[in-house]
Design a protein around this ligand. Sequence first.
Ligand SMILES: Cc1ncc(COP(=O)(O)O)c(C=O)c1O
Length: 403
Amino acid sequence: MRNPLSQKIIDIQPSGIRKFFDIVNEMDDAISLGVGEPDFDTPWRIREEGIFSLERGRTYYTSNAGLQELRNEICKYLERTIHVTYNPKTETLVTVGGSEAIDIGLRCMLDPGDEVLIPQPSYVSYLPCTVMADGVPVVVPLQDRNEFKLTVEDLEKYTTPKTKVLIMPFPNNPTGAIMTKEDLEPVAEFVKEHDLYVISDEIYSELSYKGKHVSIASLPGMRERTIVINGFSKGFAMTGWRLGYCCGPHCIIEQMTKLHQFAIMCAPTNSQYAAVEGLRNCEDEVEKMRKAYDQRRRFLMHEFKKIGLECFEPFGAFYVFPSIKEFGMTSEEFATKLLEEEKVAVVPGTAFGDCGEGFIRISYAYSLEDLKEAFGRVERFIQRLREEKNGGADATDGGESHA
Ligand SMILES: Cc1ncc(COP(=O)(O)O)c(C=O)c1O
């Protein structure tokens, strides 16, 4: 029999995030600080609207691009949040999470051999989706000395005549880095100069803790070069509803809608009705969640400072990305040992690209009580590691050679 699989999919590595959580689920008394989804239930008004829409028998397909009512609300929302105006009929597509938009965006924009700049550490789907779209992923390693922001110097090193698309992953998962208007401006100039397109993944746009999120699409000359991807999973605590959207130039959205029509048909109808309520009436609920995340973020930064764990201050999403380089082990070794010895799960930085080595991702989408308990354990663990290290140094001083 022939091999039923394509070599392309065989060569793609599975995501490194899940591995630890499968272990955690089987461990009594383990605390996970690993999962990238809100710990809040979806705001009640949204859930109620979902229930109501089922009661009213709204159980049919919507139009391929999504309910017109929802697309109208999405465009109004983007106008008031990122100050970019889109046509709800021709420049807006409702998708199955931001995930689908990333996938079909790349598939509609790439020809074989086109290069895609993927700043890393970043979300795990950009690279495999590029490969499956016959593109060539080009990793742009972000530097901790730049607080994991993307700079023009980074771009200059990796841009070639074949580069077509730049992924902008901000606010960032896993680092929590954001890009301010001043940070984005030179990048936008570079993009225009090199005639690139941008896929801007703004799924964490509501979760910004230093001023409002700024979209690269809002900078001069960038709207026509950018697909803005967003959704309801993070800011509205709706991961399981599987709803996202993208807005951009008609010529790209039109082709994405065609692919979406063939592959998906339409995003879940029930979720679409519920999301209309979310955009119309739930900004205060979203703000309440944002404030709770911010409180947790500040708690963690304070704790890191107290125990002297190096971590730049992240201002977005719900992740912190401390350095564990002082312990002289890999991120994977650190995460495994922490799980085995203190039953706390974090994600090794390398799950988000090789340049995540030396860092771990801690999610603060957990209650303050859980974070306090977990951090007590992390502190104990780190103290032990430091003691062991100092003990080792003494032994070396005693004359043993490790050459
Ligand atoms: C940066 C980023 N983009 C996109 C997604 C996909 O989210 P969803 O498909 O639930 O909208 C995630 C999920 O974790 C993410 O972290």
